[in-house]
Design a protein around this ligand. Sequence first.
Ligand SMILES: Cc1cc2nc3c(=O)[nH]c(=O)nc-3n(C[C@H](O)[C@H](O)[C@H](O)COP(=O)(O)OP(=O)(O)OC[C@H]3O[C@@H](n4cnc5c(N)ncnc54)[C@H](O)[C@@H]3O)c2cc1C
Length: 551
Amino acid sequence: MANSPERLEAMFPKLTRAQVDRLRPFGRERRFGDGELIYERGSTKRAFYVLLTGRVEIDTAARAGDENVTMHEPGEFTGEVDMISGRQSLVSARARGSTALLEIDPADLRRIIQTDADLGEIFLRAFALRHAYLIDNTLGGVVLIGSSHSADTLRLRAFLERNGYPHVYLDVERDRDADALLESFHLGPAEVPVLMCKDRDRAMRNPSNAVVADALGLNTAVDAGHVHDLIVVGAGPSGLAAAVYGASEGLDVLALETSAPGGQAGSSSRIENYLGFPMGISGQDLAGRAFLQAEKFGANLAVARVAVGLACAERQLRVMCADGGTVQGRAVVVATGAAYRKLAVPELGRFEGNGVYYGATRVEAQLCDGEEIAVVGGGNSAGQAAVFLSGIAKQVHLLVRGAGLVDSMSRYLIQRIEKSPAITLRPYTQIEALEGDGRLQRVWWRRANTDRERHDIRHVFSMTGADANTGWLDGCVVLDAQRFVKTGVDLAPEDLETARWPLQRRPYQFETSLPRVFAVGDVRSGSMKRVASAVGEGSAAVQLVHKVLAE
Ligand SMILES: Cc1cc2nc3c(=O)[nH]c(=O)nc-3n(C[C@H](O)[C@H](O)[C@H](O)COP(=O)(O)OP(=O)(O)OC[C@H]3O[C@@H](n4cnc5c(N)ncnc54)[C@H](O)[C@@H]3O)c2cc1C
């Protein structure tokens, strides 16, 4: 992918002598001989280096000279986003010629980024651009071999994409290289999806997200005995905001996330009403930035880590995870949001991820190129999906249960839908059946009081109302009739009595019926179900976390 000179300059900036001098008190000088390895792909929590003399070659493999990424000159520095996240390095670095480097520990680098605004901006921008460059050019990542007919392939593609991990995707039905690669591991096309590490010494057959996270070092180790100041459950906009504000205000924060940062917003192709982004921003970009920001301040985010329970009868708050582990905190912010309601049609499960999708990102969109597709729902998320997909699909049928869109969708989206020849609005219409052999091939729908219609549609985007992700909280906090978490003034005296609220004071705003446990964003009863309000609630709740920790 071509880079403009300005972008290249921001990606590989040269520090001035004065800037290097500001860094010297934090580091020590080290010398490396020609060809000597400075750090290796796969290493974690490695040091940060500024070049004083000589050159440093960055490549993506253990062997020198493989997939050269760049050659650093004096005044330049090493590293990308992994410098902040502590994740495994995607590249190796080797000295070229006799080389002198200023070596700085990662903890000191974080301190510099937080306290020196000038250097912090240069480093963070370079790290983010370098990471995007590795993703765009699929450098240093993994190879995923799969099939567009497999739900697990889609799951793994979405997991890698949304966690910002570089990967090459090979489809067994389209890419000739796929068979040969599979054969080298004695595997056949029927065994996909298969994930291969780039150095191709390891292949994993249909791994779970948790196994992938472990294999790729996406998480730093969590110490079960350690008591964090704050555990945030869910890393959508509200959870990420709580993590950023908590960590920036000195709290020791651990965030747990089932899949990848971003939540529902991460599945949005373009958010146009979030303050400060007049051109709109994709949910994934917003989540990527928030994730970097949270890690810059020292929050620890564990992905593919599902909370399955909260131990509420004990003094110490403990969150139980699906892998059998437990984490402990002095306060908990519940930010588990909501998930789209499922279509009421028989055999839905056979087609989920295999023709029926709950998000419309680049990954799903690629499957719809030139096809006729259906989007179900009359809210903003359905509208956004229809507009986004109409640029890729041949025809988008927008199916709504009611008369139209006016009551449920923002005006700007309605106007775009009305103007688009590629979108057909179908009011009073509901899907009644899905059919297909192995994958979705046909959809039957009915417009009120008319005959059932058959359409050869292979992709349906289901974006109807959402249900709260509160199953893991059962019996611990008071929920409303729709199973959203009640907080603050919404907790009636009888709720508090049932919950045996033990304190003299009433629950603070966002505090649940269990002291020191807060709920923010879409999971909270009465919330606005918007990115901005979720972010606002996540950040505001941190103020109250300070208050309860001081009690
Ligand atoms: C396609 C789409 C488009 C949208 N567009 C807009 C828009 O343009 N503007 C706007 O303002 N709003 C938009 N919204 C709504 C907005 O995205 C939500 O209001 C917002 O994401 C809510 O944030 P949240 O953090 O509260 O919850 P969520 O975004 O739902 O995040 C919750 C997170 O918690 C995780 N989680 C759930 N259960 C567990 C568990 N047990 N353990 C660990 N983690 C868990 C989930 O994986 C998820 O990442 C859109 C929503 C969608 C789906």
